[in-house]
Write a protein that binds this ligand. Structure first.
Ligand SMILES: Nc1ncnc2c1ncn2[C@@H]1O[C@H](COP(=O)(O)OP(=O)(O)OP(=O)(O)O)[C@@H](O)[C@H]1O
Length: 371
């Protein structure tokens, strides 16, 4: 049992006692371990608990002031791994920020590595949800800044998807600079960042999400650049050397790479995709970020008509397409607390000890992950 905080509809925090059942390590990042398991109180729900080690910059912050929590407090959408509660604990003289998040069992990158292929209907369903998530972010003036298959979690059986990991997300109002070409994982990095633009815009997420969607439809990475220059060369090979207008719009210098004619996106798929998929890819993969179709408009494309059809179609596993009709609404209410009777529970600390002994990842090992 531990003291934590919940988030009210208006974004204020309220104190709450949290109880968890046993849980196991289900993922890890550079600065975090993510455990999955059962939350017992104040709500009964399967959750992910992301434990983030504070670094030199965040050491003095209260957990409520930690940037990822601040951002997640502003968001709530069915296609986002929402922040439900948070708390902090100490280990090895460090503060660990603990985020209790919505959980889904399948990470897209792991599925891809296991050779899972998505059929066109499932690829449409997942793409629709991914763009619903970034439409919600754009409505809140937030950019995710690291959309990639490792941060896309799914439930393959029900067809649900959620965007996770808001550790790099930024609020547009702060007018911060992106810090140049190393933001966003290379394969998913848009041309303006590759060319050195330092402005955050929602168009960054549109490019990254389209690269992820391409993987769903074509079962391969779109631009697998070996380094920044190679990534630029691959993009220019498809879309051609940026025009004067593109360069002006991005506010960057001319890239010093060979000038090439546009070959077109069709040359990049081993098998031809449906014309409506190319229409979508061409509307969002534009060198000029200002010309990329906004997420809310992407959701209206004919590509997704099948998702709106009533009665709902069946997927290849026999289950109906999930009901995604309200995903285009940008306002979703946080779930209210459900009181449950106290049960004989393991605390998170005890569960963590168990998961330590049963997994190769431990808090001790994680000390080496600090920046
Ligand atoms: N809500 C969740 N439900 C299920 N699995 C999750 C969830 N959140 C994260 N994971 C898993 O844990 C992994 C690491 O989480 P996350 O990406 O948030 O950590 P990170 O430290 O910010 O990562 P990075 O090093 O990429 O910045 C993810 O790739 C995913 O496999």
């Amino acid at each position: 049992m531990m003291n934590g905080y919940g988030i009210k509809e208006n974004g204020e925090f309220y104190p709450v006692i949290l109880q968890f059942g046993g849980h196991k390590l289900c993922g890890s990042g550079r600065f975090s371990n993510v455990y999955c398991g059962q939350m017992i109180a104040p709500i009964l729900k399967e959750v992910a608990v992301k434990n983030v080690w504070s670094d030199t910059e965040t050491r003095h912050l209260k957990t409520s002031e930690y940037a990822e929590i601040q951002i997640l407090t502003k968001l709530f959408h069915p296609a986002i791994s929402n922040l439900l509660f948070f708390y902090s604990r100490s280990a090895n003289d460090k503060t660990i920020h603990c985020l209790v998040l919505d959980y889904l069992p399948n990470e897209m990158a792991k599925m891809r590595d296991q050779g899972v292929k998505f059929d066109v209907l499932d690829a449409k369903i997942y793409t629709f949800q991914l763009f619903s998530a970034i439409a919600h972010l754009a409505s809140k003036n937030i950019v995710h800044m690291d959309i990639k298959p490792q941060n896309v979690i799914m439930n393959r059986s029900t067809g649900h998807l959620k965007l996770a990991d808001f550790g790099n997300a930024r609020r547009l109002e702060t007018n911060e600079k992106t810090g140049g070409a190393y933001q966003v994982t290379r394969f998913y990095r848009p041309p303006e960042l590759l060319f050195g633009c330092e402005k955050f815009t929602p168009a960054i997420d549109i490019w990254s999400a389209t690269c992820v969607a391409f993987e769903l439809f074509a079962n391969r990475v779109l631009f697998r650049g070996k380094d920044t220059k190679d990534e630029i060369t691959l993009i220019i090979g498809v879309f051609g050397y940026p025009t004067d207008e593109d360069i002006k719009s991005m506010g960057v210098k001319r890239p010093r790479v060979a000038r090439k004619e546009a070959r077109g996106i069709e040359t990049f798929t081993s098998k031809m995709l449906d014309p409506e998929i190319y229409d979508f890819l061409k509307s969002t993969l534009k060198i000029d970020p200002k010309k990329r179709k906004p997420a809310i408009e992407v959701l209206k494309l004919p590509l997704f008509d099948v998702i709106r059809a009533i009665p709902r179609k069946k997927r290849s596993n026999g289950m109906e397409i999930p009901n995604l009709l309200n995903y285009t609404e940008m306002y979703h209410k946080r779930e209210s607390e459900v009181e449950v009777a106290p049960v004989d529970i393991e605390t998170t600390e005890k569960a963590e000890k168990e998961s330590k002994s049963s997994s190769s990842h431990s808090d001790e090992e994680d000390k080496g992950k600090e920046k």
